[in-house]
Design a protein around this ligand. Structure first.
Ligand SMILES: *[C@@H]1O[C@H](CO)[C@@H](O)[C@H](O)[C@H]1NC(C)=O
Ligand SMILES: *[C@@H]1O[C@H](CO)[C@@H](O)[C@H](O)[C@H]1NC(C)=O
Ligand SMILES: *[C@@H]1O[C@H](CO)[C@@H](O)[C@H](O)[C@H]1NC(C)=O
Ligand SMILES: *[C@@H]1O[C@H](CO)[C@@H](O)[C@H](O)[C@H]1NC(C)=O
Ligand SMILES: *[C@@H]1O[C@H](CO)[C@@H](O)[C@H](O)[C@H]1NC(C)=O
Ligand SMILES: *[C@@H]1O[C@H](CO)[C@@H](O)[C@H](O)[C@H]1NC(C)=O
Ligand SMILES: *[C@@H]1O[C@H](CO)[C@@H](O)[C@H](O)[C@H]1NC(C)=O
Ligand SMILES: *[C@@H]1O[C@H](CO)[C@@H](O)[C@H](O)[C@H]1NC(C)=O
Ligand SMILES: *[C@@H]1O[C@H](CO)[C@@H](O)[C@H](O)[C@H]1NC(C)=O
Ligand SMILES: *[C@@H]1O[C@H](CO)[C@@H](O)[C@H](O)[C@H]1NC(C)=O
Length: 878
């Protein structure tokens, strides 16, 4: 959870810093008494829980107050900077009082990153004629933007960005006509403000003859073509219109911007749905330094004029349908290029192996762009690289001898995954912060690591030999390794006792190897561990009690080993546990009732062991499987979105009879699998309160008794397998309520009576019911006799407590939900999370993340995104 730590620490540092800097504020001026009184009553109307404005009471001179700046001669207040540099804990709120009007010389007002709880932007601000700088971004203002702001004719900088809010409605504009009066405006941002009602947004903004920078990200804009036929920008240097809904060709007026007073040099149009080819006119914009067209539907070949843009430093054209072959001649003039992105296109990058490019790249993003089959040896000329992503680029070759030594200077990221690159890494020292080598043909013994490595993914290669030399290697300092994935290789031997060397590990995956011996007690020293996968090895012995020391553990997968002994009752203490998979071992004894203390558990898979006794009656304590609407409590927002990072967890689950890997959506799965054990007794009736459980498999046990009467309350159930037990009685009529059920197996029990009729239960074929001699009615061929009919069908009332249809399913149409769309949709509609997440993203200026988030928002490709996202992970400062 490196990100979350940084998120807390960084703002905190900023806060401390700003506090210190105010202490050294020049304190020679004495402020105007009227203004001091005005400021105090301004403060009085504010809500200041963190006492950020405490200096406003203690200091005599208001010119020395935190955030207050006075003119150095007149002593009049000219600047009020109340931006919140820290976390939301330091937010100001309450009322923005009109006493501000008494500060008649105020020219700078910054209230950004506070929380005004969806209240409107006060219209009196339009009367503060001396303002030249106004920043109200990310302050959770809501509703219509007051047209009175159009009176601020001296305004040079206006930032109203960050309209997505916890509160409804978000900031919006019906008519942007007022903006044309801001004749001094040089900088305008209205990102995330809803502008979809204003079709003339382009004409209005383009009337601003001084406007140099325009940011309209995520404004729900639909059309970039001028509705009135002309576009009149004269000073534009930065145009940023990403994350809108433009679904037409790139309009030609853009290329007129070359003739404006300062010609356009930054053009950001990522994550729209722009179509057609990139026009040849692009070459007109000869001053362009940054071109970002990532994530559109642009097709055809690149225009030849692109390669004449000799000032280009950043070229981001990935994730489009671009085709054609790029060769070394194309780059002849691009000597300033530092960032190159052609990822996820059909471009073929074909250069001579001895090419010496005119540029020195810092970032190279070429994932899913054809570079192979030969290894790009020209890379050796690049000595400034910080990010290198050539994953999925069709390379079938041996990594050259110089490669690893050369690569050790790439400090941030190196991603070679999903190629067929071979080479022996024995003795190599890896020295990058993030290293992805998965799904290649690397072999030999494991490499050595420098302490700075924080992510190492070598899964799915052919590494072999004992694992302990790697684990017990002498490090040149304290390791920063957080994520280690060496799954699906041929590693052997015992897990060593050297785990104390790796105490920063949060995610560890050694599954699918040939590891043997016991799980060492020293793994209990991995106090930060959040996920531990040791599945599909030959580990034996008990589950070591020291694992109870891993108090952050959220996922534990020890399935497919030879572990013996009991399912330990101390597991009930690891209350952070969300997923527990112990299937296919040799565990014996009861399922301890203490397991019900795991109230965050969403996946419990202990199938295929030799567990006996009864199913604990307390399963209803798994509250995340039971209650609706607790997602917010369960996951911090970063965690909720962590599937957008490479480091998301995955787990093999057997669901609906098929084994599949659950990755990005794992946190939304709710599953209990106790199948293939020796469990006896009846199915606890309280299990029916698990209304969010999606998958329940109790098959192949010795269960007796009947199906709980109220099973119809488990309305999220998609798969129910009770086959091969000794269950009896009638199928409860409430089962007809299970409208999402797409897999049902009740076969080989002693059920009797008529199969209740519903659209659902009859869609399953007879195999779902066979082996129950006394069962009758469709889809079985056996007709019911008179006596087997029900006496009045007793379907649970729709309005009965706990039985309402989960709201996020509404509007999804009938039929079965495939691929957990439901939960994805739930996430997308949780505006609060979205806002919190976006705030974080905007802070780090990680536009590509935002792009993905918004794409999710549009319900497009949301599952695919999570597979490709990690290539974008380090675009933080584009
Ligand atoms: C202080 O401000 C008030 C109100 O703007 C003004 O009338 C007064 O003259 C100022 N006093 C001084 C000493 O500048
Ligand atoms: C006052 O501020 C102005 C502009 O910031 C600066 O040019 C000037 O030197 C300052 N005067 C004094 C006395 O500090
Ligand atoms: C913010 O407040 C919450 C609860 O009051 C607290 O748990 C958290 O640590 C605080 N965060 C910071 C950065 O102070
Ligand atoms: C400010 O703008 C509003 C609306 O555009 C207008 O009605 C008003 O007359 C303007 N002047 C002042 C001083 O508010
Ligand atoms: C672009 O410039 C040309 C020639 O200067 C002009 O005729 C045309 O109207 C302009 N296009 C737009 C959309 O402003
Ligand atoms: C475009 O801008 C120019 C110069 O500012 C001005 O003369 C002209 O009238 C404007 N055209 C339109 C249609 O607004
Ligand atoms: C590009 O896409 C458009 C539709 O958006 C299609 O009409 C055109 O033929 C495509 N061009 C190429 C070169 O694929
Ligand atoms: C490892 O990386 C660091 C930082 O990027 C660099 O200073 C150092 O020289 C590298 N070490 C080796 C052995 O390449
Ligand atoms: C770890 O767990 C073991 C066994 O439960 C215990 O004896 C030991 O004291 C624990 N170590 C720490 C550091 O908590
Ligand atoms: C079952 O009933 C249907 C109609 O009620 C009848 O057509 C069919 O022949 C019966 N089948 C058997 C096996 O009795």
């Amino acid at each position: 959870m490196a990100i979350s730590k940084a998120m807390i620490v960084f703002p905190l540092l900023c806060f401390l810093f700003s506090t210190i800097s105010t202490l050294s504020h020049p304190n020679t001026l004495v402020c105007n008494k009227t203004e001091k009184r005005a400021l105090l009553s301004f403060k009085h109307a504010l809500f200041d829980p963190a006492h950020s404005l405490s200096s406003w009471s203690t200091h005599e001179d208001c010119c020395g107050w935190n955030g207050v700046y006075c003119h150095n001669i007149t002593g009049r207040v000219i600047k009020l900077d109340l931006t919140n540099p820290g976390s939301s804990n330091f937010s100001l709120g309450g009322k923005v009082s009109h006493v501000l009007l008494q500060l008649e010389f105020l020219n700078y007002l910054d209230l950004s990153w506070n929380d005004f709880e969806g209240t409107p932007i006060p219209s009196f601000l339009g009367s503060m004629r001396s303002l030249t700088y106004l920043d109200l971004s990310y302050a959770s203002f809501g509703g219509p933007i007051p047209p009175q702001l159009g009176n601020l004719s001296n305004l040079q900088h206006l930032d109203l960005g960050g309209g997505y809010s916890f509160y409804e409605p978000q900031l919006y504009v019906e008519n942007l006509g007022w903006i044309t009066h801001l004749s001094s405006l040089e900088y305008l941002s209205m990102s995330e403000v809803d502008l979809q009602r204003e079709v003339h947004w382009l004409e209005s903004t383009s009337m601003l003859s001084s406007l140099s920078e325009l940011y309209l990200y995520a404004c729900e804009l639909n059309n970039m073509s001028p509705s009135l036929g002309y576009v009149n920008f004269t000073s534009l240097t930065v145009l940023a219109l990403g994350l809108n809904n433009f679904n037409h060709e790139i309009p030609n007026w853009l290329f007129n911007l070359s003739t404006s007073r300062t010609p356009l040099n930054v053009l950001y149009l990522p994550s729209n749905q722009l179509t057609g080819q990139i026009p040849e006119y692009l070459g007109n914009l000869s001053s362009l330094t940054r071109l970002l067209l990532y994530g559109n539907r642009l097709n055809g070949t690149l225009p030849s004029s692109l390669w004449l843009l000799s000032n280009l430093e950043l070229l981001f054209i990935g994730n489009n349908s671009l085709a054609g072959t790029i060769s070394e001649v194309h780059f002849n003039k691009l000597s300033k290029l530092k960032t190159l992105d052609m990822s996820s296109t059909s471009l073929i990058f074909k250069v001579k192996s001895n090419w010496v490019p005119p540029f020195q790249l810092e970032e190279m993003w070429m994932s899913s762009c054809q570079m192979g089959p030969n290894f790009p040896t020209w890379l050796e000329t690049q000595t400034s690289l910080r990010y290198l992503d050539i994953s999925k680029s069709g390379i079938v070759d041996i990594a050259p001898k110089w490669f690893w030594k050369w690569a050790s200077h790439i400090d941030r990221l190196i991603d070679l995954s999903d190629n067929q690159i071979s080479g022996n890494l024995s003795g190599v020292l890896l020295n990058n912060t993030k290293i992805y080598l998965s799904s290649n043909c690397f072999m030999g013994e494991l490499p050595r690591l420098s302490p700075q490595v924080s992510v190492l993914d070598m899964a799915n290669n052919s590494f072999s030999g004992p694992i302990s030399p790697f684990l017990c290697q002498k490090l040149n300092g304290k390791s920063n390794l957080q994520t280690l994935d060496m799954s699906t290789n041929s590693l052997s031997g015992e897990l060593s006792h050297c785990w104390t060397y790796w105490q920063s590990l949060t995610h560890l995956n050694l599954g699918n190897n040939n590891l043997s011996g016991k799980i060492p007690g020293s793994m209990g020293s991995l106090f930060e561990l959040e996920a531990l996968h040791l599945h599909n090895n030959s580990l034996s012995g008990d589950i070591p009690p020291s694992l109870r020391n891993c108090t952050s553990l959220g996922l534990l997968d020890l399935g497919g080993n030879k572990l013996s002994g009991n399912l330990p009752s101390w597991m009930g203490e690891t209350t952070t546990l969300k997923a527990l998979r112990l299937r296919s071992n040799k565990l014996i004894g009861n399922i301890p009732p203490q397991i019900c203390q795991l109230s965050s558990l969403i996946i419990l898979d202990v199938a295929n062991n030799s567990l006996s006794g009864t199913i604990p009656k307390c399963f209803n304590n798994f509250s995340l499987m039971a209650t609706t609407g607790t997602e917010d409590d369960a996951f911090s927002f970063l965690e909720l979105f962590s599937f957008m990072r490479k480091d998301y967890e995955n787990l093999m689950l057997i669901i609906k009879g098929r084994e599949s890997e659950y990755g990005s959506i794992l946190k939304f799965v709710r599953s209990i699998d106790l199948s293939s054990n020796n469990l006896s007794g009846s199915i606890p009736t309280k299990i029916s309160s698990l209304s969010r459980l999606e998958f329940l498999n109790l098959s192949c046990n010795n269960l007796m008794g009947s199906i709980p009467e109220k099973i119809g309350r488990m309305e999220a159930l998609e798969s129910l397998d009770l086959s091969r037990n000794h269950l009896s009685g009638e199928i409860p009529p409430s089962m007809t309520n299970l409208s999402f059920l797409s897999h049902l197996n009740l076969s080989y029990n002693n059920f009797s009576g008529r199969i209740p009729s519903s659209t659902q239960l009859q869609t399953f074929d007879a195999f779902s019911y066979i082996g129950n001699a006394e069962l009758c009615g469709a889809p079985l061929t056996k007709n019911c006799t008179e006596g087997e009919d029900f006496q009045g069908i007793d379907v649970i009332d729709e309005n009965e407590e706990g039985s309402e249809i989960p709201w996020f399913y509404i509007g999804m149409g009938l039929g079965f939900i495939v691929g957990f769309w439901g939960v994805c949709v739930a996430l997308l509609f949780k505006k609060a999370w979205r806002h919190a997440y976006f705030q974080f993203l905007y802070r780090v200026k990680d536009w590509v993340y935002v792009a993905i988030a918004i794409r999710l928002n549009r319900l497009q490709n949301n599952l695919r995104v999570s597979e490709t996202h990690h290539h974008l992970i380090n675009f933080c400062f584009i």
